[in-house]
Design a protein around this ligand. Structure first.
Ligand code: NOJ
Length: 551
């Protein structure tokens, strides 16, 4: 049985490294990352000091949305390898003491999934169409979408099909790209098939599942129009009582899944990707018979501002602690602007992908802040997520030529939004010129890497004491070796304005200077700092871990 009630379950304070497999490491020499590449680099992750990895979708997919358009939930994309490679990743990761979480995308399938192809070929009203949302259009000839719902990637959430007789026919729902038709989770065939998908991967030994777009999965019956308050953007944090987001029935699905996970040993974990309007609504996903943990988007989205960070940390702890669920902390992902770029811009928040877009980033400033932000995140109680390349301090690549951009956000906004490709450029491992060991020299990485990354490779940073990579390694090591940290509560100290200062029990003190003046450090022993502490002062935009008892 699952030990999820067990205070010592591994995921409660785990640091999880997100692998975006297409951009992590290429083991086969075609310029695309893959599972042989990942296998070869698992020792790097073990050495970095993380506890596990979350692998973004590795399933067969036409890649209309970077793999979040799945055409077979029980397979591996041939570009990434085979099921045997996946088994090898699981086996070798486990042998290195690393847990593996995979990414389940249950709200939608690819439009090439056999179910969707069968639905298209079937008659309107057929049970094969009932696995999705097919509806007649509004207006005299059905030429208007069935309702006013919008897609996360822009425009209407409905696309019209051509029926077998060649005439324009019904519409189908896609809350994301048109290549991602939404599944109907009231359909028994859908429910039963996914029960089996869960067992398929748990049986193979995955330690957990990240649930993509969890609040999207249930829709209000009759699909009524939504009231977006005049803002036609997919800002789910602003939505209350929305008919296609965070609808109460979604919780029935997770209860069903939790019952399945609980039949397995080894603390299997569900991680919810759930951007909802309030912490109270989020913790509903974390009830004892639902998911175990969730990403902390309010923290990720917070600006580089002491008061805002203090507030979001308090709000997180206040909502999670009473329900006995550990908090998680995260700075970025494959969907976000990389922190080094974001924190160097005038707009440091990230409430929407376009926040700060087009602003010039001071990368030196952004890097200083990203170093401090990493130390703050890793000092907080609970679990944390690191997105590949964050530990190298990679900037976003904001000048990718438009012809290489693949993000549906870019394509569907007619180029108005550049989208997320700039955070998905393949990692630089070694050498002084692209492809930096990501793939063999004669191959081309699927997105071009900047020449300037020569100083940011794993190889270059490994031997440099002051590098971002060295900081992450040192922080992760210290976090792991600090006895009692896991259970030590966060207690704020009184601090000047713009300064975050807290103890973790009696084992660690964390000081972060977001003010405009250096802060005096009165403690004898600095364990680690993101910038040198000179003449007893912690510089601006820096963090330090201190030994609290020697004060
Ligand atoms: C969230 C994923 O992180 C993102 O990359 C994807 O586009 C959407 N869900 C749709 O699956």
């Amino acid at each position: 049985m699952s030990g999820s009630d067990d205070e010592s379950a591994w995921w409660r304070d785990a640091v999880i490294y997100q692998v975006y497999p297409r951009s992590f490491a290429d083991g086969t020499g075609d310029g695309e990352g893959d599972l042989p590449g990942l296998r070869a680099r698992l020792p790097y992750l073990a050495d970095l000091g993380v506890d596990g990895l979350w692998i973004s979708p590795w399933f067969p997919s036409p890649m209309a949305d970077g793999g979040y358009d799945v055409s077979d939930f029980r397979g591996i994309h041939p570009m990434f390898g085979t099921l045997a490679d996946a088994d090898a990743v699981l086996r070798e990761a486990h042998a290195l003491g690393l847990r593996v979480i995979i990414d389940l995308v249950p709200n939608h399938t690819s439009d090439r999934h056999p179910w969707f192809l069968a639905a298209l070929a079937a008659e309107p009203g057929s049970s094969l169409r009932d696995r999705y949302f097919f509806r007649d259009g509004r207006g005299p000839d059905g030429e208007e979408p069935p309702n006013n719902w919008i897609s996360a990637f822009g425009g209407s959430a409905w696309a019209r099909v051509t029926e077998a007789d060649g005439r324009p026919g019904q519409w189908y729902l896609h809350l994301f790209a048109p290549e991602q038709p939404d599944l109907n989770w009231t359909n028994t065939a859908v429910l039963e098939d996914f029960d089996d998908v869960l067992r398929f991967w748990f049986d193979r030994g995955v330690d957990g599942l990240r649930i993509d777009a969890a609040p999207a999965m249930a829709k209000k019956a009759e699909l009524p129009d939504a009231d977006y308050g005049g803002v036609l953007q997919f800002r789910t944090v602003d939505w209350d009582d929305n008919p296609h987001w965070d609808v109460e029935q979604v919780h029935d699905i997770f209860r069903r899944w939790r019952a399945i996970a609980d039949t397995y040993d080894g603390d299997r974990v569900f991680v919810a990707e759930a951007v909802v309007s309030t912490p109270e609504r989020l913790v509903k996903y974390l009830r004892p018979d639902e998911m175990h943990t969730a990403f902390n988007f309010p923290y990720l989205k917070s600006p580089w501002d002491a008061e805002a960070l203090h507030d979001v940390i308090d709000a997180t702890l206040a909502s999670f602690e009473p329900v006995g669920v550990p908090s998680t902390w995260v700075l970025t992902s494959h969907d976000e602007i990389r922190p080094v770029t974001r924190y160097g811009r005038p707009t440091t928040s990230s409430f929407f992908i376009t926040d700060g877009e087009g602003e010039v980033s001071d990368l030196a400033l952004g890097t200083r802040r990203a170093r401090a932000a990493a130390m703050l995140m890793l000092a907080l109680p609970g679990g944390a997520y690191i997105y590949q390349g964050e530990e190298l301090g990679l900037p976003n690549v904001d000048d990718l030529p438009e012809e290489v951009l693949q993000d549906p956000m870019f394509l569907r906004s007619g180029g108005a939004i550049r989208g997320r490709d700039g955070a998905r450029v393949p990692l630089p491992w070694s050498g002084v010129a692209p492809p930096f060991g990501f793939c063999p020299d004669e191959a081309q990485p699927w997105l071009p890497q900047p020449e300037s990354w020569s100083a940011l490779t794993v190889e270059a940073q490994s031997s440099e004491q002051g590098s971002m990579l060295s900081l992450y390694r040192a922080a992760l090591r210290l976090r792991r070796s600090t006895e009692g940290l896991h259970a030590a509560p966060l207690v704020w100290r009184r601090s000047p304005s713009g300064v975050l200062d807290f103890d973790r029990g009696t084992v660690l003190r964390c000081l972060v200077n977001l003010s405009r003046e250096p802060v005096e450090v009165t403690v004898a022993e600095v364990l680690l700092s993101s910038a040198p502490v000179a003449r007893g002062h912690l510089p601006v935009d820096a963090a330090a871990w201190l030994r609290p008892l020697t004060q």
